[in-house]
Design a protein around this ligand. Structure first.
Ligand SMILES: Nc1nc2c(ncn2[C@@H]2O[C@H](COP(=O)(O)OP(=O)(O)OP(=O)(O)O)[C@@H](O)[C@H]2O)c(=O)[nH]1
Length: 207
């Protein structure tokens, strides 16, 4: 049976942690030139990517939010429609790690009760400047009841694992619609009973 899901995911976290770079890398992994310059997001932006998860077609709409606090009233309005949220910090800036609590609280206040969350420590390519230990990230993820990864948008490390892991966890509990061209009975729905696949071993950065 060919099933289709449309999912909205949102990326939140302090300004400069790498949210835009992370989304851009996922949507276009062949990106030859990593953008070193920093152009803070104004308000909110989104990109779409179709993916195949365990032979199911999924259309992802990824919302990239501005990390600057002055945009919070705009960005939180988008939390409600997100099935999955990536809360990101920068492993070289402890202040961005401290902010996780604030972002998680905002998500709890404005998001869906069943939102699936992934905690991501980005910029793990900057190993010599790393100031937030992987263990701290793991412990916080355990407290929040979510999965933990370290990533590098620059070196394209762990990015696909984050998105695939998040989507798999969402799909386990989600009824999927058959696309009209594949369903004899238009508009009918089918419940997909996906087995929860173990997340890739070692979400931590190998660098
Ligand atoms: N070394 C390194 N630099 C990164 C990485 N990801 C992003 N950067 C750099 O960090 C800076 C900020 O990246 P952005 O992706 O614009 O950050 P953002 O979180 O979207 O920022 P806001 O839009 O203000 O919320 C840019 O100069 C990027 O080149 C990474 O994995 N490694």
């Amino acid at each position: 049976m060919f099933l289709l899901a449309q999912l909205q995911l949102i990326i939140i976290g302090d300004s400069g942690v790498g949210k835009t770079s992370f989304m851009d890398r996922f949507v276009d992994s062949s990106q030859a030139d990593f953008r070193q310059s920093f152009n803070p997001t104004v308000g909110i932006d989104f990109k779409v990517k179709n993916i195949l998860v365990d032979d199911k077609r999924v259309k992802l709409q990824i919302w990239d939010t501005a990390g600057q606090e002055k945009f919070n009233s705009i960005t939180t309005a988008y939390y409600r429609s997100a099935r999955g949220a990536i809360i990101m910090y920068d492993v070289t800036r402890p202040q961005t790690f401290k902010s996780i609590e604030k972002w998680y609280q905002l998500m709890s206040d404005h998001g869906r009760g069943d939102v699936e969350v992934a905690l991501v420590g980005n910029k793990c390519d900057l190993n010599s400047d790393k100031k937030v230990d992987s263990k701290q990230g793991e412990n916080t993820a355990t407290e929040l009841g979510c999965h933990f990864y370290e990533s590098s948008a620059k070196d394209n490390l762990n990015i696909e694992n984050v998105f695939m892991g998040l989507v798999r966890n969402i799909l386990v509990n989600m009824p999927l619609e058959r696309p009209p061209d594949a369903a004899g009975d238009r508009g009918s729905t089918a419940t997909l009973n996906l087995e929860s696949k173990p997340l890739p071993a070692g979400g931590s950065c190998p660098c």
